[in-house]
Write a protein that binds this ligand. Structure first.
Ligand SMILES: Cc1ncc(C[n+]2csc(CCOP(=O)(O)OP(=O)(O)O)c2C)c(N)n1
Ligand SMILES: [Mg+2]
Length: 325
């Protein structure tokens, strides 16, 4: 499946949006403007953007904690400002500022993400069952990290999903690291997607630094799911340029990750790789890219102003948020 020129431009714009909102999140957290923590997706934005771009507005997505759903929301065409305001604990946030990290956007099929690694799997089975029963051809994109594949919930969920032929795309964003543990020390197999075969579903591995490759692989899985043929797994081999969580040292097995190694990774920056491709294929010129840059810079500036000027919620908001009659 090939993307058309207008889709490639949209994909590029969203990749740059994900990058610039991620960079803004790092900065705003450092300035004390966030009430939550932040797991930067810097260097690993392409899976979220590429995967979510294949979805319809009424499809469901369980976003990954890396990037706090910003790449996914950008790809799905959702507003990013309410998600950012939520991180700032402001009343204009998508959950009125009371959750911080668990920002959601039900209008766009984004119901937030749990803090418990592995919770994405059973919840996605529930959404998949709901989607199948509704009969409107909706699908579920269940995003998870490599280390989450070690949870038993994944296997229970994959078994049920395949047994019931649910319209789910199990979408692994494999950055080669759990919190502080390299994947090679946590799994006996090279590819998480090789486990798909055990459940009788297709499993493919794609270059997660290539946003187009990601989108094209997910399109195949989405089509299969919409036709009622059941789940698939797509594994994106991607990179992480920052530490696991902002403010923490960039540990690997209790030692600082080699800065030289991280610098070497930056040669495979997904934004730069896509720029080169678009220039080579005459899809966008340098000038057009600069224009996109400026437009998104203005969007980020307006977002920061909005977050700054929005009030915090009144404490009484918790009465209705936590308790129901
Ligand atoms: C059940 C559970 N165990 C441990 C944690 C702490 N924790 C948060 S993120 C993380 C690593 C997740 O790695 P991965 O799934 O590969 O995603 P990545 O952070 O690399 O994107 C861990 C262990 C948790 N949140 N939930
Ligand atoms: Mg990981």
């Amino acid at each position: 499946m090939k993307l058309k020129k207008k889709d490639l431009v949209k994909l590029y714009r969203n990749l740059v949006r994900a990058r610039k909102f991620d960079q803004a999140s790092i900065r705003m957290l450092g300035e004390g403007k966030f009430t939550s923590f932040f797991h930067s997706a810097y260097g690993g934005e392409a899976p979220g953007v590429g995967g979510a771009t294949c979805l319809r507005k009424d499809d469901y997505i369980y976003v990954h904690h890396r990037g706090h759903g910003l790449p996914h929301a950008a790809g799905k065409g959702a507003e990013l400002v309410p998600l950012m305001a939520e991180h700032c604990g402001k009343v204009t946030g998508s959950c009125k500022g009371i959750t911080g990290f668990h920002a959601c956007d039900p209008e766009n099929g984004i119901f937030g993400a749990g803090g418990t690694i592995g919770s994405a799997f059973p919840v996605s089975v529930g959404w998949g069952l709901a989607a199948k029963k509704a009969g409107k051809g909706q699908v579920v994109l269940c995003c998870f990290g490599d280390s989450s594949a070690g949870r038993g919930t994944m296997h229970e969920a994959m078994n049920m999903a395949m047994n019931w032929k649910l319209p789910i795309i199990w979408f692994c964003e494999n950055n080669g690291m759990g919190q502080f543990v390299p994947i090679k020390d946590a799994f006996p197999m090279e590819d998480i997607a090789s486990m798909a075969g055990a459940y009788g579903m297709p499993g493919v591995v794609v270059d997660g630094q290539d946003v187009v490759a990601v989108a094209e692989a997910v399109m195949v899985a989405v089509e299969r799911a919409r036709k009622g043929k059941g789940p698939s797994m797509v594994e994106c081999k991607c990179l992480r340029f920052r530490s696991h969580v902002e403010g923490a040292p960039d540990w690997m097995h209790g030692e600082i990750r080699s800065p030289e190694e991280v610098e070497k990774m930056k040669k495979r920056d997904p934004v730069v790789l896509f720029q080169k491709k678009l220039l080579k294929q005459d899809i966008l010129t340098k000038k057009e890219m600069e224009k996109i840059d400026k437009e998104i810079d203005a969007e980020v500036e307006a977002m920061e102003k909005h977050c700054e000027e929005s009030p915090y919620p009144e404490p009484s908001i918790l009465e209705n948020a936590l308790y129901a009659d």
